[in-house]
Design a protein around this ligand. Structure first.
Ligand code: ADP
Length: 746
């Protein structure tokens, strides 16, 4: 297929991560031998033509990945909605010989692009008939090819798990509600927080789960009649149980069952009858859109941008417009028409007040999250049902601390209690099981834990051995533990596997066991992501952004060492998110030849005027060529063109408040783990398992398979899905050969 010149535009509401997408589209395009032209200001620029349509060079998209919004501008254009407008747009495209478009935008922008594609042959006929365009030029561009990327903070598109910008918006919302929570708690106030989402409750729901809010109003799930009284009762019960604050999250499109808006003001009035003037409203507004994109949005934009060019070149989009989507961690191509029609169907159901249908169409994880929220928000648990077996479920950490551990414990304790069981908190990992250092936890004992970093229960890297087994068996018997939830990393899995293997010797171990993956290293089998890794990634990215600024000012090359031991996940993903030119992984090996080649590229780059170098290295990528060796080598051989500094990020990567994703997934996995333990408690051969996220769904695997799934010597799983993104980073960090100056096609 002969795509040679493509246009890229961003349109509709801006979304963080659009720049990463533009950068990837431009660089992958250039790397594949295409010319990539920016159409500034979306469709408005296309209608204006002139210098709004301009070729982009490799360097034009340098230094933008960390910036919010879109550097090529976005706008709304009423004129593009008209055929006259699109006629003009087609003329400007032909003038530059562009007949392929990559559009990054929401529902409206994608619909417009598809309409433009359908009309294209007719538009060209009209232009030729009017004598505006030469017939030969029109014949060279018989069709328009369109590939779309959904950029929308609302996460409202059907067919993709996430849209570009939604995760960053969730970061902003979570930071804001965390901050509001501390002042609300100090003054014993109630806050009503309005978040964006006219038709979609995603941001409100996930923000509420991540922050442990007390009540939620979203368009898909209006409350019953007399919701005002019910809301007051819920919040009152919370205060009676010891809470000092009340936070109600309202999506801007929330309504009651009659379709009347439930505004923040309406909620305030409902609460005023109880709290008087102590109710405050905060409308988060446009701050939700802005700010530096999260690591996830940078990588989502990058991966999708790469996929867009791949799709264009493959010819798959010749016959119909395609949208790039994400399911699990895999890119999928969805017919644009289908994606837009499904999203429209949800909006139509909401307008028709068929809320059940709208909710169902949002999919299982949305519904799952809503159920989880509804359980967690209750101020106090249900009393156990009559005749129900009250299980005693132990909750323990093992391995290094990971942000999100507290959110997991909080959810596990509350959900276990809500189901009528007893939650037992074990202190300091397997030590606590050995020593019987265990305490009953109740609903309020985990109050406020959702946003907390660290691990309140304590953790340890020790794995039980020898006499420990006897001591643990005794504790399990004395405490009458019916099931064990082990939340942690490598040592959690290794320890759980040992208990499983010792079942024949210690019958006490014949209880259900679930391991819940929580480690920043993301080096566990049976899951594509572990709790904590997203927070660590964001920690790394925010530091590397600062390092890059300093490096550019001083003509410097930085070698940044990140955690992960021999698992390169953090290095690879932070390299992708920060635009590092080289990522060193143990998985890929490091040879002297590599280092010499990289050095040559650095020297060449700095000679041609570049101002900074950024290499990211996984801490145990190579034992001999360590970080300080690499720095000395580059400095010594760099011929004085630049200096080299090392930056070993260390433990800051493990710290800080967990990211919204880590809090939400911790909550989700904990809920399913507790259900699993309860379901297995009466089994004759109870399961010993690990829970994980695979292709966007939650799955359990047996600990029996654990040894087969791991590369024990290198402490990582045998299969690592993310290794695929290496090729993307290589394409984006390899400057394309200079292209001949662009010409126009009249
Ligand atoms: P979003 O893309 O974020 O949903 P809008 O709905 O405002 O934002 O759409 C952005 C732009 O896309 C509009 O200003 C218009 O130029 C174009 N557009 C939207 N809907 C259509 C349509 N049905 N036909 C043609 N162009 C459209």
């Amino acid at each position: 297929m002969a795509v040679t010149r493509i246009g890229v535009l961003t349109s509709g509401g801006d979304a963080s991560g659009m720049n990463a997408a533009v950068r990837a589209i431009v660089r992958t395009g250039l790397d594949s031998g295409l010319e990539v032209w920016a159409i500034d200001e979306g469709y408005r620029g296309l209608l204006e033509g002139g210098d709004k349509i301009r070729p982009l060079r490799w360097s034009d998209v340098g230094g933008i990945i960390h910036r919010g919004g879109t550097v090529i501008g976005t706008a709304r254009s009423e004129e593009f909605r008209t055929r006259e407008g699109r006629l003009k747009a087609a003329r400007h495209m032909l003038h530059h010989g562009i007949d392929s478009l990559v559009v990054v935008g929401g529902d409206g922008s994608l619909t417009g692009a598809d309409l433009f594609r359908r009309e294209w042959p007719g538009l060209l006929d009209d232009l030729v008939a009017a004598g505006t365009v030469d017939a030969a030029v029109a014949a060279r561009h018989p069709r328009l090819t369109v590939v779309g990327l959904v950029g929308s903070i609302d996460n409202d598109a059907a067919g993709t798990d996430m849209t570009i910008g939604a995760d960053t918006a969730l970061h902003r919302i979570t930071e804001a509600i965390d901050a509001i929570g501390s002042t609300a708690s100090s003054h014993q106030r109630a806050f009503v927080v309005e978040v964006m989402g006219r038709h979609c409750g995603y941001l409100a729901l996930m923000g509420a789960i991540a922050t442990g809010a007390d009540a939620l109003f979203i368009p898909e799930c209006p409350p019953g009649d007399n919701w005002e009284a019910a809301l007051v009762d819920t919040l009152k019960a919370g205060r009676a149980a010891g809470r000092r604050d009340s936070i109600v999250v309202v999506a801007e499109g929330a309504t009651d069952r009659q379709g009347l808006p439930i505004t923040a003001e309406r909620v305030r009035q409902a609460l005023a009858s109880w709290l008087g003037g102590e109710v405050r409203i905060t409308v988060l507004g446009h701050m939700q859109r802005g700010g530096s994109p999260s690591a996830f949005d940078r990588n989502l934009g990058t991966v999708m941008g790469y996929a867009a060019i791949d799709t264009l070149l493959s010819g798959a989009a010749d016959a119909q417009s395609l949208v790039m989507g994400m399911r699990g961690n895999r890119v999928v191509r969805i017919p644009l028409e289908e994606c837009v029609a499904d999203s429209r169907r949800i909006n139509a159901a909401l307008e028709a007040r068929d809320f059940d249908a709208a909710l169902e169409m949002r999919g299982t994880s949305f519904n799952d999250a809503l159920r989880t929220f509804n359980t967690l928000l209750k101020a106090l648990p249900h009393p156990p049902a009559a005749g129900q077996r009250r299980l005693r479920l132990g909750i323990v950490h093992a391995g290094a601390v990971a942000p999100g551990m507290n959110a997991a414990v909080r959810a596990a304790v509350r959900l276990a209690t809500d189901d009528g069981h007893v939650a037992l908190g074990v202190r300091r990992g397997f030590h606590g099981l050995v020593a019987g250092d265990i305490a009953e936890m109740d609903w309020m004992s985990v109050n406020g834990w959702a946003p907390m970093g660290g691990a309140e229960l304590g953790t340890s890297r020790d794995v039980p051995a020898g006499p420990d087994f006897y001591a643990i068996a005794r504790t399990i018997e004395q405490q009458a533990i019916d099931g064990l939830l082990i939340i942690g990393g490598w040592e959690a899995y290794a320890g759980a596997h040992r208990l499983f293997e010792e079942r024949a010797n210690f019958p006490a171990f014949n209880i259900p066991i679930v391991c819940l993956p929580a480690t920043i290293d993301n080096n566990l089998p049976g899951t594509e992501l572990s709790i904590g890794a997203d927070t660590a990634l964001n920690n790394i990215v925010s530091v590397v952004d600062k390092i890059k600024q300093a490096a550019a000012a001083e003509q410097r090359c930085y070698v940044v060492e990140v955690m992960g031991r021999r698992c390169g996940y953090l290095a690879m993903m932070s390299g992708l998110a920060t635009g590092a030119e080289r990522v060193y992984l143990h998985e890929g090996g490091v040879t002297l030849k590599d280092l010499v080649e990289d050095l040559e590229k650095l020297v060449q780059g700095f000679r041609q005027g570049r101002r900074l170098g950024l290499m990211i290295r996984s801490e145990d990528a190579n034992d001999v060529y360590d970080t300080s060796f690499m720095c000395r080598l580059f400095e010594e051989e760099g011929g004085g063109l630049f200096d080299v500094r090392q930056s070993i990020l260390g433990h800051l990567q493990q710290g800080g408040d967990p990211s919204p994703f880590d809090r939400i997934q911790a909550t989700r996995l904990a809920r399913l783990s507790i259900r699993r333990l309860a379901g297995q408690a009466a089994a004759r051969h109870p399961s010993a398992e690990f829970i994980g996220m695979q292709s966007g769904t939650v799955a359990f695997g047996s600990l029996e398979d654990y040894p087969r799934l791991i590369d024990a010597a290198n402490r990582r799983p045998k299969e690592q899905w993310w290794l695929d993104v290496r090729k993307i980073n290589e394409a984006l960090s390899r400057p394309a050969p200079r292209l001949a100056p662009a010409s126009t096609d009249r």
